[in-house]
Structure formats: structure tokens, C-alpha cells
Design a protein around this ligand. Structure first.
Ligand SMILES: Nc1nc2c(c(=O)[nH]1)N[C@H]1C(S)=C(S)[C@@H](COP(=O)(O)O)O[C@H]1N2
Ligand SMILES: [Mo]
Length: 406
């Protein structure tokens, strides 16, 4: 990034910054310390090949041979989606999409729906059990409800289950589910649940779950099942997700939290300390990122486990980047991305996405310290609240040891 771009992003910060705060930002943005760390920021969107992979399976489905992938439908030419009634809790369907009836949906039919109905939206993919997001992308596909309606459901439909190719081994089944209402309607301005076939403008590759995966905008990764083969429409009244094993809270929408990027390795005494990081912006949005440095080992009152009484310093939330990264075609935001207009976000920071932040802290005497960062969401809830439990998604206040030495 060039220095003007850095200054501009730093400047723009959150739209609510006051004049006084901005003048502080300007002088900080000009500091060489901050410029150096800002120039090393990750791109906003992740190139598809650089997403982290946490898929299960032996062998991993995306590592099967090209011939095997073709055979089992993990190729655009052979992919078939079944949308059928649950034999144990039947939904009443006029026309199931089933292989044996020759009515399963193929890729050409999905794309034909996409011609008029495709949607695109930005979303960060995060595993409920891993601290950092796996990647940030623009996901594109057909709303699942458009395919669901092809089955002419009449009644007795309460839950939608779905799973992907799992080596024909029941033990490897990875299944997730949603209440039918979430599939049919989008509450709270959320994008629809989609049958996704493109990421950052390119066909969804095999490692990311191609040819087709589910993407649930507001959910953690386990709801976004890869190598999709089967949707089961059911009258069961509750979830049956594979991820319910392992004590996971499977109804948890994305949380807001902050984390730092790598800190400078050498911090000299009394030299200003530049810090950058990202925030995941969950369903409750993001209003602030704050940091606090405390001497290592110095006690903190036990009745304040979330450090609410600490002297936190506001960081600057960086504005939208000029270069979005992610290997987007033509290096630009594609047309008609939900939440964007003329290639620019309508609101910032964007929900269900990432935001970058930076701050320059005053120097410290030699010693060992703990750096903490936290978010305050758009509803004024302070991390790790309002949902501090680990098994509903990571949101612990990050603690990083820093050493200031001559
Ligand atoms: N078929 C299938 N889909 C899956 C999984 C899997 O193991 N098999 N893992 C899930 C989990 S736990 C996560 S966090 C996301 C990760 O998405 P990614 O591998 O594209 O980063 O995929 C989800 N979809
Ligand atoms: Mo996950």
C-alpha cells in the first residue's frame, strides 16, 4: 500500500470520529512506526487459495483423484443435488428432486436459476472452535429457498437438513441444519442462505467445497456444508447437526471480537508502540476497538474478570481499503454485491465481515507487559459479553505478552 492510501484509510477510521480525534489520528498516521506496520497489513479479502482448511474426512474429499471426483459428483459436469423428504419425519412434497426419479438438480439448472436470482455477499468464514477467521470472501450463489420451492412443499416442513459427499461412509457424514423459516426468509437484513458456487468471482474450488456448498451468512463455518449432495426436508422440530457433538452450541450466530496482528519483535524503551489488528464483526456490529497494556504479573481485582475498570485506549478502525485484495476479477468489487453500491460499502464496518484497526501507544520503560484488546459492539456490549462462553464461538479477550528491552 502506498503511504497516501494508508493515511487515507487511517483517517477515514470510523465515520463517527470527532475533529479532535482526527487530528490525533493524522499525526499518528504520519508516524513512521505506524506506517511501517500498516504497510504489512493483510489484504482485506483472502485469495481463495489462501483460505485455511479445516475439513474432515479420510481421505479428505477435496484430495480425491479427478476421476473419483467426477464419479461421485464433485465436479460441475456430474454434480447432482437431491432435495427429498425425511423418511423418518416426512415433509409433504409435491415434487421431490431425486436421482431415482430423474428430477435431481444439476449444475446447469442451478446456474440457470442463478441467471436471474444469484446473490453475492461478503462474509468472513470462521470456525466456532478456532481463534482466527479462515478467510474473508465474496460468496455467490442461488438462495436455497429457490430450490426448496421447486419441490412444491405443502405442509409438515419444519427443518432443513443438508450434508455433503463423505466417502460413502456413514461415520464421516458431516451434516448441518436450519429451521425452515431461516431458509425461507431473511430476518434483520441478513443475506439469504445460498447454494454457493463462486468465491471472489471464481468457481468455488474443491478445497473450499466446490462445486457447491451451503453458505449461511450469519453462522459459524460448520453450518456451511461443503461438497453438497443432499438436502432433506423434515418435520423434525429440532436440530441434528454433526457439530452438536463436542459440546458445541450450534445455534450461535457470529460474535464480535478483536485480535492483534503480529507485534513488532523488538520494542525499545520509551519508543512509541505501533499495534495493528483485526476485528470480526458479528451480528451485533462493531463500534470500537480498544487496547490496554498492563505490567505482566501485576495483579488485577478478581471481581473484574473482563477488565471493565482498566484504562483502555481507543484504536482507530481503518476505513474501507482502496485495494480489496482477494484476487477479485479486475481487482474490483463485483456488481450487485449486497451491502455495496458502485463498488463501495454502504456502511462501515460491515457486519459478518472483518475490519482492520491500528493504534500507536506511548513508549514504556523496559519490562514485561500484557497487551489486551477488545471490541465494543454497535449495541454497546463489551467483549466478551454478551455471550462469553467458549463453545458458542471464540471471544475471549486476547492477551499477548510484550517485552520492552534496550
Ligand atoms: N462436508 C463438510 N463440510 C464442512 C466441514 C466438513 O468437515 N465437511 N467442516 C465445516 C467446518 S467445521 C468449518 S469451520 C467450515 C470451514 O470452511 P472452509 O474449510 O472452507 O474454510 O466448513 C464446514 N463445512
Ligand atoms: Mo469448524
Amino acid at each position: 500500500m502506498n503511504p497516501d492510501e494508508l493515511t487515507r484509510r487511517f483517517f477515514l477510521g470510523c465515520g463517527t470520529a470527532t475533529a479532535a480525534a482526527l487530528s490525533v489520528s493524522t499525526s499518528r498516521a504520519e508516524s513512521p512506526e505506524l506506517a511501517r506496520v500498516l504497510s504489512k497489513l493483510e489484504p482485506y479479502f483472502t485469495p481463495p487459495a489462501e483460505f485455511q482448511d479445516v475439513s474432515r474426512g479420510t481421505p479428505l474429499p477435496h484430495q480425491l483423484s479427478a476421476a473419483k471426483k467426477r464419479e461421485v459428483g464433485m465436479h460441475r459436469d456430474t454434480w447432482k443435488l437431491e432435495v427429498v423428504s425425511d423418511p423418518d419425519n416426512p415433509a409433504t412434497l409435491g415434487k421431490p428432486l431425486a436421482k431415482k426419479e430423474g428430477t435431481a438438480l444439476d449444475f446447469a439448472a442451478l446456474l440457470a436459476l442463478g441467471k436471474t436470482n444469484a446473490v453475492r455477499f461478503a462474509k468472513v468464514m470462521t470456525c466456532l472452535n478456532i481463534g482466527c477467521p479462515l478467510g474473508m470472501g465474496i460468496w455467490e450463489g442461488v438462495p436455497l429457498r429457490d430450490v426448496l420451492w421447486l419441490t412444491q412443499p405443502k405442509a409438515n416442513l419444519r427443518r432443513v437438513f443438508y450434508h455433503g459427499y463423505h466417502n460413502d461412509d456413514p461415520k464421516q457424514l458431516f451434516r448441518s441444519s436450519l429451521p425452515v423459516g431461516r431458509v425461507l426468509e431473511d430476518p434483520d437484513d441478513l443475506p439469504p442462505v445460498i447454494l454457493c458456487y463462486k468465491l471472489n468471482g471464481e468457481w468455488l474450488d474443491s478445497e473450499r467445497g466446490g462445486p457447491v456448498r451451503i453458505v449461511v451468512p450469519e453462522a459459524y463455518g460448520f453450518k456451511s456444508v461443503k461438497w453438497l449432495t443432499t438436502v432433506t426436508l423434515s418435520n423434525l422440530a429440532h436440530a441434528n447437526d454433526t457439530y452438536a457433538n463436542g459440546n458445541n452450541d450450534i445455534d450461535s450466530p457470529l460474535k464480535t471480537f478483536a485480535a492483534t496482528f503480529q507485534l513488532p519483535t523488538e520494542i525499545r524503551p520509551n519508543a512509541p508502540i505501533p499495534i495493528t489488528g483485526y476485528a470480526q464483526v458479528g451480528v451485533s456490529g462493531l463500534s470500537k476497538v480498544q487496547v490496554w497494556i498492563h505490567p505482566l504479573g501485576k495483579p488485577w481485582p478478581e471481581d473484574d474478570p473482563y477488565f471493565a475498570k482498566a484504562p483502555w485506549t481507543d484504536a482507530t478502525i481503518l476505513g474501507p481499503p482502496q485495494q480489496w485484495g482477494g484476487k477479485l476479477p479486475g481487482n474490483a468489487i463485483p456488481k450487485d454485491v449486497l451491502g455495496f453500491e458502485a463498488g463501495q460499502p454502504k456502511a462501515w464496518p460491515m457486519r459478518l465481515a472483518k475490519a482492520h484497526w491500528a493504534v500507536l501507544l506511548p513508549g514504556l520503560p523496559a519490562g514485561e507487559y500484557v497487551l489486551r484488546c477488545r471490541t465494543i459492539d454497535a449495541k454497546k456490549q463489551v467483549q466478551p459479553m454478551p455471550r462469553p462462553f467458549k463453545k458458542s464461538g471464540r471471544c475471549d479477550i486476547e492477551e499477548v505478552k510484550i517485552i520492552v528491552a534496550a
